[in-house]
Design a protein around this ligand. Sequence first.
Ligand SMILES: Cc1cc2nc3c(=O)[nH]c(=O)nc-3n(C[C@H](O)[C@H](O)[C@H](O)COP(=O)(O)OP(=O)(O)OC[C@H]3O[C@@H](n4cnc5c(N)ncnc54)[C@H](O)[C@@H]3O)c2cc1C
Length: 436
Amino acid sequence: MMVMGPQNDAVKIAVVGAGIAGLHCAKILKERGFNVTVFDKELEVGGRMKTSEIDGFLIDHGFHVLQTAYPETSKIINYKSLECKPFKSGARVVDTRNGKIRMKLMADPWRNPIRGLLSSLNGFLSFKDLLRIALLRRSIMKGKLEQCFDGNDETTLEFLQKRKLSEDSINRFFLPLFGGIFLESELNTSERLFRFIFRMMAKGKMVLPKNGIGSIPLSIANQIGDDNIRLGVEINRIEDKALRFRGEAHRFDLVIKAFSEPTDGEGKHVWTIHFDAPKSPLRSKHILLNGNLVDSRSIVSHLAVPSDIQPSYAPSGRSLVTATVVGDRAVEMGYLDEEAIEQAVRNDLGDWFGDGTISTWNTLAIQHITHALPITNSNERLTNLPRNGEDAIECGDHMLHGSVEGAILSGRNSALIAINRFENNSEPIQGPKKKV
Ligand SMILES: Cc1cc2nc3c(=O)[nH]c(=O)nc-3n(C[C@H](O)[C@H](O)[C@H](O)COP(=O)(O)OP(=O)(O)OC[C@H]3O[C@@H](n4cnc5c(N)ncnc54)[C@H](O)[C@@H]3O)c2cc1C
Protein backbone atom coordinates (compact mmCIF):
# COMPACT_ATOMS: atom_id res chain seq x y z
CA MET A 1 0.00 0.00 0.00
CA MET A 2 1.42 3.37 -1.02
CA VAL A 3 1.53 6.35 1.32
CA MET A 4 -0.86 9.08 0.32
CA GLY A 5 0.72 12.39 -0.67
CA PRO A 6 -0.56 15.61 0.98
CA GLN A 7 -3.86 16.84 -0.50
CA ASN A 8 -3.66 14.50 -3.45
CA ASP A 9 -7.40 13.93 -3.28
CA ALA A 10 -7.86 17.50 -4.51
CA VAL A 11 -5.91 16.70 -7.68
CA LYS A 12 -8.13 15.52 -10.56
CA ILE A 13 -6.40 13.16 -13.01
CA ALA A 14 -7.98 11.66 -16.14
CA VAL A 15 -6.58 8.47 -17.68
CA VAL A 16 -7.86 7.88 -21.22
CA GLY A 17 -7.83 4.16 -22.06
CA ALA A 18 -8.89 1.26 -19.84
CA GLY A 19 -6.43 -1.23 -21.30
CA ILE A 20 -4.03 -2.89 -18.90
CA ALA A 21 -1.59 0.07 -19.11
CA GLY A 22 -4.17 2.74 -18.28
CA LEU A 23 -5.72 0.62 -15.54
CA HIS A 24 -2.40 -0.09 -13.86
CA CYS A 25 -1.47 3.59 -14.04
CA ALA A 26 -4.84 4.63 -12.56
CA LYS A 27 -4.60 2.05 -9.80
CA ILE A 28 -1.22 3.37 -8.64
CA LEU A 29 -2.52 6.95 -8.70
CA LYS A 30 -5.67 6.01 -6.80
CA GLU A 31 -3.66 4.20 -4.14
CA ARG A 32 -1.59 7.36 -3.83
CA GLY A 33 -4.76 9.27 -3.01
CA PHE A 34 -5.36 11.14 -6.29
CA ASN A 35 -8.86 11.73 -7.62
CA VAL A 36 -8.62 9.55 -10.74
CA THR A 37 -11.15 8.88 -13.51
CA VAL A 38 -10.48 6.33 -16.26
CA PHE A 39 -12.30 6.79 -19.60
CA ASP A 40 -12.77 4.25 -22.37
CA LYS A 41 -14.77 4.37 -25.57
CA GLU A 42 -15.68 0.69 -25.23
CA LEU A 43 -18.37 -0.64 -22.90
CA GLU A 44 -15.94 -2.94 -21.08
CA VAL A 45 -12.46 -2.53 -19.65
CA GLY A 46 -9.45 -4.52 -20.91
CA GLY A 47 -8.65 -3.07 -24.34
CA ARG A 48 -6.92 -5.86 -26.23
CA MET A 49 -7.30 -8.27 -23.29
CA LYS A 50 -10.93 -9.27 -23.44
CA THR A 51 -13.01 -12.40 -23.10
CA SER A 52 -16.56 -12.93 -24.39
CA GLU A 53 -18.96 -15.72 -23.63
CA ILE A 54 -20.48 -17.51 -26.64
CA ASP A 55 -22.74 -20.54 -26.18
CA GLY A 56 -21.13 -21.30 -22.82
CA PHE A 57 -17.54 -21.05 -24.18
CA LEU A 58 -15.05 -18.44 -22.98
CA ILE A 59 -13.66 -16.80 -26.09
CA ASP A 60 -10.58 -14.64 -25.63
CA HIS A 61 -10.08 -11.93 -28.25
CA GLY A 62 -7.19 -13.61 -30.00
CA PHE A 63 -5.17 -16.44 -28.50
CA HIS A 64 -3.61 -14.81 -25.47
CA VAL A 65 -1.55 -16.19 -22.59
CA LEU A 66 0.23 -14.77 -19.60
CA GLN A 67 3.91 -15.47 -18.89
CA THR A 68 4.48 -16.04 -15.18
CA ALA A 69 8.10 -14.91 -15.52
CA TYR A 70 7.17 -11.31 -16.44
CA PRO A 71 8.77 -9.53 -13.46
CA GLU A 72 6.54 -6.44 -13.15
CA THR A 73 3.36 -8.30 -14.04
CA SER A 74 3.95 -10.96 -11.42
CA LYS A 75 4.24 -8.26 -8.74
CA ILE A 76 0.72 -6.99 -9.43
CA ILE A 77 -1.23 -9.98 -10.76
CA ASN A 78 -2.19 -12.67 -8.31
CA TYR A 79 -2.00 -15.81 -10.45
CA LYS A 80 -3.38 -17.88 -7.60
CA SER A 81 -6.53 -15.85 -7.04
CA LEU A 82 -7.17 -15.87 -10.82
CA GLU A 83 -6.75 -19.66 -10.64
CA CYS A 84 -4.23 -19.66 -13.49
CA LYS A 85 -3.19 -23.00 -14.94
CA PRO A 86 -0.19 -23.67 -17.18
CA PHE A 87 0.34 -25.15 -20.62
CA LYS A 88 3.03 -27.83 -20.64
CA SER A 89 6.45 -26.40 -21.42
CA GLY A 90 7.83 -27.20 -24.86
CA ALA A 91 5.50 -27.72 -27.83
CA ARG A 92 4.23 -30.30 -30.25
CA VAL A 93 5.00 -29.78 -33.91
CA VAL A 94 2.84 -31.21 -36.65
CA ASP A 95 4.65 -32.47 -39.72
CA THR A 96 2.68 -33.67 -42.75
CA ARG A 97 5.55 -34.17 -45.20
CA ASN A 98 5.57 -37.32 -47.32
CA GLY A 99 1.85 -37.82 -46.76
CA LYS A 100 2.38 -38.95 -43.15
CA ILE A 101 1.00 -37.02 -40.18
CA ARG A 102 3.34 -36.83 -37.22
CA MET A 103 2.91 -34.78 -34.04
CA LYS A 104 6.40 -34.56 -32.62
CA LEU A 105 7.31 -33.37 -29.18
CA MET A 106 9.77 -30.52 -28.83
CA ALA A 107 10.49 -30.81 -25.13
CA ASP A 108 12.44 -28.30 -23.08
CA PRO A 109 15.61 -30.27 -22.24
CA TRP A 110 16.17 -28.27 -19.02
CA ARG A 111 12.81 -29.05 -17.49
CA ASN A 112 12.66 -32.53 -18.88
CA PRO A 113 16.13 -33.74 -19.90
CA ILE A 114 15.08 -37.21 -21.05
CA ARG A 115 12.24 -36.01 -23.22
CA GLY A 116 14.44 -33.16 -24.46
CA LEU A 117 17.02 -35.63 -25.63
CA LEU A 118 14.31 -37.74 -27.21
CA SER A 119 13.28 -34.64 -29.24
CA SER A 120 16.62 -34.97 -31.01
CA LEU A 121 15.97 -38.63 -31.76
CA ASN A 122 12.44 -38.32 -33.13
CA GLY A 123 13.75 -36.89 -36.39
CA PHE A 124 12.41 -33.43 -35.70
CA LEU A 125 15.58 -31.69 -34.58
CA SER A 126 19.14 -32.82 -35.15
CA PHE A 127 21.41 -33.30 -32.17
CA LYS A 128 23.42 -30.31 -33.47
CA ASP A 129 20.31 -28.12 -33.37
CA LEU A 130 19.51 -29.25 -29.87
CA LEU A 131 23.04 -28.33 -28.78
CA ARG A 132 22.80 -24.92 -30.45
CA ILE A 133 19.46 -24.22 -28.82
CA ALA A 134 21.06 -25.22 -25.50
CA LEU A 135 23.86 -22.68 -26.06
CA LEU A 136 21.34 -20.06 -27.14
CA ARG A 137 19.33 -20.62 -23.99
CA ARG A 138 22.41 -20.45 -21.78
CA SER A 139 23.53 -17.13 -23.25
CA ILE A 140 20.04 -15.58 -23.09
CA MET A 141 19.47 -16.68 -19.48
CA LYS A 142 22.82 -15.23 -18.32
CA GLY A 143 23.07 -11.83 -16.61
CA LYS A 144 20.41 -9.25 -15.85
CA LEU A 145 17.14 -9.14 -17.75
CA GLU A 146 18.01 -5.68 -19.14
CA GLN A 147 20.92 -7.28 -20.99
CA CYS A 148 18.39 -8.89 -23.36
CA PHE A 149 17.96 -5.35 -24.71
CA ASP A 150 21.69 -4.57 -25.03
CA GLY A 151 24.03 -5.07 -27.95
CA ASN A 152 22.98 -6.09 -31.43
CA ASP A 153 19.59 -5.16 -32.79
CA GLU A 154 19.22 -7.28 -35.91
CA THR A 155 16.13 -9.22 -36.91
CA THR A 156 15.15 -12.39 -35.05
CA LEU A 157 15.82 -14.35 -38.25
CA GLU A 158 19.35 -12.97 -38.56
CA PHE A 159 19.95 -13.67 -34.90
CA LEU A 160 18.93 -17.33 -35.27
CA GLN A 161 20.90 -17.75 -38.50
CA LYS A 162 24.01 -16.28 -36.88
CA ARG A 163 23.73 -18.91 -34.18
CA LYS A 164 23.89 -21.48 -36.97
CA LEU A 165 20.48 -22.99 -36.26
CA SER A 166 19.45 -25.10 -39.23
CA GLU A 167 16.91 -23.81 -41.71
CA ASP A 168 14.70 -26.71 -40.70
CA SER A 169 14.66 -25.79 -37.02
CA ILE A 170 13.97 -22.13 -37.85
CA ASN A 171 11.17 -22.86 -40.33
CA ARG A 172 9.53 -25.69 -38.43
CA PHE A 173 9.86 -24.49 -34.84
CA PHE A 174 10.89 -20.85 -34.37
CA LEU A 175 8.79 -19.48 -37.25
CA PRO A 176 5.39 -20.89 -36.20
CA LEU A 177 6.09 -20.18 -32.53
CA PHE A 178 7.58 -16.68 -32.69
CA GLY A 179 5.70 -15.69 -35.85
CA GLY A 180 2.57 -16.44 -33.82
CA ILE A 181 3.87 -14.37 -30.89
CA PHE A 182 5.20 -11.38 -32.85
CA LEU A 183 2.29 -11.63 -35.32
CA GLU A 184 4.54 -11.38 -38.39
CA SER A 185 5.81 -14.15 -40.66
CA GLU A 186 9.27 -12.91 -41.63
CA LEU A 187 10.77 -12.84 -38.11
CA ASN A 188 11.71 -9.21 -38.75
CA THR A 189 11.06 -8.35 -35.10
CA SER A 190 14.09 -7.12 -33.17
CA GLU A 191 16.30 -9.85 -31.77
CA ARG A 192 16.09 -7.89 -28.48
CA LEU A 193 12.41 -8.72 -28.10
CA PHE A 194 13.11 -12.30 -29.15
CA ARG A 195 15.74 -12.61 -26.39
CA PHE A 196 13.33 -11.15 -23.83
CA ILE A 197 10.38 -13.39 -24.74
CA PHE A 198 12.58 -16.49 -25.09
CA ARG A 199 13.97 -15.83 -21.62
CA MET A 200 10.47 -15.38 -20.18
CA MET A 201 9.31 -18.64 -21.77
CA ALA A 202 12.37 -20.54 -20.57
CA LYS A 203 12.06 -19.20 -17.04
CA GLY A 204 8.34 -19.31 -16.34
CA LYS A 205 5.10 -20.84 -17.51
CA MET A 206 2.51 -19.89 -20.05
CA VAL A 207 -0.79 -19.73 -18.17
CA LEU A 208 -4.50 -19.08 -18.67
CA PRO A 209 -6.73 -17.67 -15.91
CA LYS A 210 -9.88 -19.62 -15.06
CA ASN A 211 -12.25 -16.88 -16.26
CA GLY A 212 -10.43 -15.93 -19.43
CA ILE A 213 -7.67 -13.45 -20.24
CA GLY A 214 -10.11 -10.57 -19.68
CA SER A 215 -10.21 -11.39 -15.97
CA ILE A 216 -6.68 -9.93 -15.64
CA PRO A 217 -7.55 -6.28 -16.47
CA LEU A 218 -10.86 -6.80 -14.68
CA SER A 219 -9.03 -7.68 -11.48
CA ILE A 220 -7.22 -4.31 -11.64
CA ALA A 221 -10.41 -2.44 -12.55
CA ASN A 222 -12.08 -3.92 -9.46
CA GLN A 223 -9.38 -2.38 -7.31
CA ILE A 224 -9.98 1.01 -8.93
CA GLY A 225 -13.74 0.78 -8.46
CA ASP A 226 -16.68 1.39 -10.81
CA ASP A 227 -17.12 4.97 -9.57
CA ASN A 228 -13.75 5.88 -11.03
CA ILE A 229 -14.26 4.27 -14.45
CA ARG A 230 -16.43 5.74 -17.22
CA LEU A 231 -17.10 3.41 -20.11
CA GLY A 232 -18.62 4.14 -23.50
CA VAL A 233 -17.06 7.62 -23.59
CA GLU A 234 -14.99 8.36 -26.67
CA ILE A 235 -12.55 11.18 -26.06
CA ASN A 236 -12.32 13.43 -29.10
CA ARG A 237 -9.52 15.68 -27.96
CA ILE A 238 -6.82 15.42 -25.32
CA GLU A 239 -4.95 18.38 -23.89
CA ASP A 240 -2.52 18.57 -21.02
CA LYS A 241 -5.28 19.63 -18.63
CA ALA A 242 -8.53 19.05 -20.48
CA LEU A 243 -10.57 16.45 -22.34
CA ARG A 244 -13.20 17.03 -24.96
CA PHE A 245 -16.06 14.58 -25.22
CA ARG A 246 -19.75 14.67 -26.09
CA GLY A 247 -19.24 18.18 -27.42
CA GLU A 248 -17.92 19.66 -24.18
CA ALA A 249 -14.55 20.42 -22.62
CA HIS A 250 -13.82 18.97 -19.17
CA ARG A 251 -10.96 20.31 -17.05
CA PHE A 252 -8.50 18.17 -15.05
CA ASP A 253 -5.24 18.90 -13.30
CA LEU A 254 -3.58 16.30 -15.51
CA VAL A 255 -4.54 14.05 -18.40
CA ILE A 256 -2.73 10.79 -19.16
CA LYS A 257 -3.17 9.20 -22.55
CA ALA A 258 -3.19 5.39 -22.39
CA PHE A 259 -3.71 4.36 -26.01
CA SER A 260 -1.92 4.71 -29.31
CA GLU A 261 -3.25 6.77 -32.19
CA PRO A 262 -4.82 4.57 -34.85
CA THR A 263 -2.58 4.15 -37.88
CA ASP A 264 -3.59 3.54 -41.49
CA GLY A 265 -4.10 -0.01 -42.68
CA GLU A 266 -4.34 -3.06 -40.49
CA GLY A 267 -1.00 -2.80 -38.67
CA LYS A 268 0.09 -6.17 -37.33
CA HIS A 269 -3.04 -8.22 -37.64
CA VAL A 270 -4.17 -11.72 -36.78
CA TRP A 271 -7.08 -14.06 -37.47
CA THR A 272 -8.27 -16.33 -34.70
CA ILE A 273 -10.85 -19.05 -35.25
CA HIS A 274 -12.53 -20.76 -32.33
CA PHE A 275 -14.21 -24.14 -32.75
CA ASP A 276 -16.61 -26.10 -30.58
CA ALA A 277 -15.36 -29.72 -30.77
CA PRO A 278 -16.83 -32.87 -29.20
CA LYS A 279 -13.37 -33.72 -27.84
CA SER A 280 -9.86 -32.35 -27.77
CA PRO A 281 -7.75 -33.31 -30.82
CA LEU A 282 -4.56 -33.13 -28.72
CA ARG A 283 -3.23 -35.75 -26.35
CA SER A 284 -1.13 -33.40 -24.22
CA LYS A 285 -1.43 -29.89 -22.79
CA HIS A 286 1.02 -28.40 -25.29
CA ILE A 287 0.39 -25.92 -28.03
CA LEU A 288 0.65 -27.40 -31.50
CA LEU A 289 2.93 -25.63 -33.99
CA ASN A 290 2.61 -25.93 -37.75
CA GLY A 291 5.89 -27.42 -38.97
CA ASN A 292 4.87 -27.03 -42.62
CA LEU A 293 4.23 -23.31 -42.86
CA VAL A 294 7.01 -22.69 -45.37
CA ASP A 295 6.57 -25.61 -47.71
CA SER A 296 2.84 -25.64 -48.31
CA ARG A 297 -0.18 -23.38 -48.70
CA SER A 298 -0.93 -24.08 -45.08
CA ILE A 299 -1.74 -20.98 -43.00
CA VAL A 300 -2.39 -21.90 -39.36
CA SER A 301 0.63 -20.90 -37.23
CA HIS A 302 -0.45 -22.69 -34.14
CA LEU A 303 -3.39 -24.36 -32.48
CA ALA A 304 -4.32 -24.61 -28.82
CA VAL A 305 -7.06 -26.24 -26.82
CA PRO A 306 -7.68 -23.76 -23.97
CA SER A 307 -10.30 -26.05 -22.41
CA ASP A 308 -7.62 -28.72 -21.91
CA ILE A 309 -5.83 -26.23 -19.67
CA GLN A 310 -8.91 -24.59 -18.12
CA PRO A 311 -12.06 -26.73 -18.40
CA SER A 312 -14.04 -23.53 -17.66
CA TYR A 313 -13.37 -22.42 -21.27
CA ALA A 314 -15.93 -24.93 -22.59
CA PRO A 315 -19.24 -26.39 -21.39
CA SER A 316 -19.00 -29.84 -19.91
CA GLY A 317 -18.37 -32.53 -22.53
CA ARG A 318 -17.15 -30.06 -25.19
CA SER A 319 -13.71 -28.70 -26.13
CA LEU A 320 -12.64 -25.26 -27.30
CA VAL A 321 -10.09 -25.40 -30.13
CA THR A 322 -8.40 -22.16 -31.16
CA ALA A 323 -6.40 -21.72 -34.37
CA THR A 324 -4.22 -18.67 -35.07
CA VAL A 325 -3.39 -17.30 -38.51
CA VAL A 326 -0.90 -14.45 -38.72
CA GLY A 327 -2.35 -11.63 -40.84
CA ASP A 328 0.55 -11.15 -43.28
CA ARG A 329 0.56 -14.86 -44.08
CA ALA A 330 -3.17 -14.76 -44.85
CA VAL A 331 -2.64 -11.77 -47.15
CA GLU A 332 0.31 -13.48 -48.87
CA MET A 333 -1.86 -16.55 -49.55
CA GLY A 334 -4.75 -14.39 -50.79
CA TYR A 335 -7.17 -15.28 -47.96
CA LEU A 336 -8.77 -11.95 -47.21
CA ASP A 337 -12.20 -12.55 -45.75
CA GLU A 338 -13.82 -14.70 -43.09
CA GLU A 339 -15.12 -17.29 -45.50
CA ALA A 340 -11.75 -17.83 -47.19
CA ILE A 341 -9.90 -17.92 -43.86
CA GLU A 342 -12.32 -20.43 -42.36
CA GLN A 343 -12.04 -22.71 -45.37
CA ALA A 344 -8.22 -22.54 -45.39
CA VAL A 345 -8.08 -23.24 -41.66
CA ARG A 346 -10.46 -26.18 -41.99
CA ASN A 347 -8.26 -27.55 -44.82
CA ASP A 348 -5.16 -27.38 -42.60
CA LEU A 349 -6.92 -28.98 -39.65
CA GLY A 350 -8.45 -31.62 -41.91
CA ASP A 351 -4.91 -32.58 -42.98
CA TRP A 352 -3.83 -32.82 -39.37
CA PHE A 353 -6.80 -34.52 -37.70
CA GLY A 354 -8.83 -35.95 -40.58
CA ASP A 355 -11.68 -34.32 -42.54
CA GLY A 356 -14.22 -36.52 -40.73
CA THR A 357 -13.16 -35.14 -37.34
CA ILE A 358 -13.14 -31.52 -38.49
CA SER A 359 -16.60 -31.84 -40.03
CA THR A 360 -17.97 -32.40 -36.49
CA TRP A 361 -16.53 -29.06 -35.28
CA ASN A 362 -18.79 -25.98 -35.19
CA THR A 363 -17.26 -22.59 -35.78
CA LEU A 364 -17.95 -20.42 -32.74
CA ALA A 365 -16.17 -17.22 -33.75
CA ILE A 366 -13.87 -15.85 -36.44
CA GLN A 367 -11.96 -12.84 -35.16
CA HIS A 368 -9.85 -10.49 -37.22
CA ILE A 369 -7.84 -8.31 -34.85
CA THR A 370 -6.14 -5.35 -36.51
CA HIS A 371 -3.41 -3.21 -34.89
CA ALA A 372 -2.87 -6.14 -32.55
CA LEU A 373 0.70 -5.22 -31.57
CA PRO A 374 3.06 -2.28 -32.09
CA ILE A 375 5.75 -2.82 -34.71
CA THR A 376 9.09 -3.47 -33.03
CA ASN A 377 11.41 -4.27 -35.90
CA SER A 378 15.18 -4.44 -35.73
CA ASN A 379 17.33 -1.30 -35.54
CA GLU A 380 14.82 0.63 -33.44
CA ARG A 381 17.15 0.32 -30.43
CA LEU A 382 14.39 -1.20 -28.33
CA THR A 383 15.10 -0.90 -24.59
CA ASN A 384 13.31 -2.14 -21.48
CA LEU A 385 12.58 1.44 -20.35
CA PRO A 386 9.25 2.92 -21.42
CA ARG A 387 9.33 6.13 -23.45
CA ASN A 388 7.42 9.09 -22.10
CA GLY A 389 4.94 11.19 -24.01
CA GLU A 390 6.31 14.18 -25.89
CA ASP A 391 3.60 16.55 -24.63
CA ALA A 392 0.98 14.73 -22.59
CA ILE A 393 2.07 11.86 -20.36
CA GLU A 394 1.44 8.73 -22.39
CA CYS A 395 1.47 5.02 -21.67
CA GLY A 396 0.64 1.75 -23.41
CA ASP A 397 2.57 -1.11 -24.95
CA HIS A 398 3.41 1.15 -27.93
CA MET A 399 5.67 3.12 -25.56
CA LEU A 400 7.78 0.00 -24.88
CA HIS A 401 7.03 -3.36 -26.46
CA GLY A 402 3.95 -5.32 -27.40
CA SER A 403 3.34 -7.46 -24.35
CA VAL A 404 1.40 -7.37 -21.12
CA GLU A 405 4.70 -6.68 -19.35
CA GLY A 406 5.47 -3.78 -21.71
CA ALA A 407 2.04 -2.24 -21.11
CA ILE A 408 2.26 -2.65 -17.33
CA LEU A 409 5.79 -1.21 -17.11
CA SER A 410 4.66 1.73 -19.19
CA GLY A 411 1.56 2.32 -17.04
CA ARG A 412 3.70 2.33 -13.92
CA ASN A 413 6.17 4.75 -15.46
CA SER A 414 3.44 7.26 -16.30
CA ALA A 415 2.00 7.04 -12.79
CA LEU A 416 5.42 7.73 -11.27
CA ILE A 417 5.91 10.77 -13.49
CA ALA A 418 2.50 12.10 -12.47
CA ILE A 419 3.19 11.51 -8.77
CA ASN A 420 6.46 13.37 -9.04
CA ARG A 421 4.88 16.23 -10.88
CA PHE A 422 2.47 16.93 -8.02
CA GLU A 423 4.50 15.86 -5.01
CA ASN A 424 7.99 17.12 -5.92
CA ASN A 425 7.28 19.44 -8.78
CA SER A 426 10.08 17.79 -10.68
CA GLU A 427 9.62 15.11 -13.28
CA PRO A 428 11.80 12.02 -13.15
CA ILE A 429 12.65 10.66 -16.56
CA GLN A 430 12.40 6.92 -16.16
CA GLY A 431 13.11 6.11 -19.75
CA PRO A 432 14.52 7.95 -22.73
CA LYS A 433 12.14 10.49 -24.26
CA LYS A 434 13.08 9.19 -27.68
CA LYS A 435 14.51 5.82 -28.62
CA VAL A 436 18.27 5.86 -28.15
C1 LIG B 1 -4.42 -11.23 -30.31
C2 LIG B 1 -3.44 -10.75 -29.29
C3 LIG B 1 -2.70 -11.67 -28.58
C4 LIG B 1 -1.80 -11.24 -27.63
N1 LIG B 1 -1.11 -12.17 -26.91
C5 LIG B 1 -0.28 -11.77 -25.92
C6 LIG B 1 0.36 -12.71 -25.10
O1 LIG B 1 0.13 -13.93 -25.24
N2 LIG B 1 1.21 -12.27 -24.14
C7 LIG B 1 1.45 -10.93 -23.95
O2 LIG B 1 2.23 -10.56 -23.06
N3 LIG B 1 0.85 -9.99 -24.71
C8 LIG B 1 0.00 -10.38 -25.70
N4 LIG B 1 -0.65 -9.43 -26.45
C9 LIG B 1 -0.34 -8.02 -26.24
C10 LIG B 1 -1.13 -7.38 -25.08
O3 LIG B 1 -2.48 -7.77 -25.15
C11 LIG B 1 -1.03 -5.87 -25.22
O4 LIG B 1 0.34 -5.51 -25.19
C12 LIG B 1 -1.74 -5.12 -24.10
O5 LIG B 1 -3.03 -5.60 -23.89
C13 LIG B 1 -1.79 -3.63 -24.48
O6 LIG B 1 -2.44 -2.90 -23.49
P1 LIG B 1 -2.57 -1.31 -23.59
O7 LIG B 1 -3.22 -0.86 -22.36
O8 LIG B 1 -1.24 -0.73 -23.94
O9 LIG B 1 -3.48 -1.01 -24.88
P2 LIG B 1 -5.01 -1.39 -25.19
O10 LIG B 1 -5.34 -2.69 -24.59
O11 LIG B 1 -5.13 -1.25 -26.67
O12 LIG B 1 -5.86 -0.25 -24.47
C14 LIG B 1 -6.13 1.00 -25.02
C15 LIG B 1 -7.56 1.40 -24.63
O13 LIG B 1 -7.78 2.75 -25.05
C16 LIG B 1 -9.13 2.87 -25.48
N5 LIG B 1 -9.24 4.04 -26.36
C17 LIG B 1 -8.60 4.27 -27.53
N6 LIG B 1 -8.93 5.45 -28.04
C18 LIG B 1 -9.81 6.02 -27.18
C19 LIG B 1 -10.52 7.25 -27.16
N7 LIG B 1 -10.39 8.17 -28.12
N8 LIG B 1 -11.36 7.50 -26.12
C20 LIG B 1 -11.50 6.59 -25.13
N9 LIG B 1 -10.86 5.42 -25.08
C21 LIG B 1 -10.00 5.13 -26.10
C22 LIG B 1 -9.38 1.56 -26.22
O14 LIG B 1 -10.76 1.27 -26.33
C23 LIG B 1 -8.63 0.56 -25.32
O15 LIG B 1 -9.48 -0.01 -24.36
C24 LIG B 1 -1.59 -9.84 -27.41
C25 LIG B 1 -2.34 -8.91 -28.14
C26 LIG B 1 -3.27 -9.36 -29.05
C27 LIG B 1 -4.10 -8.34 -29.78
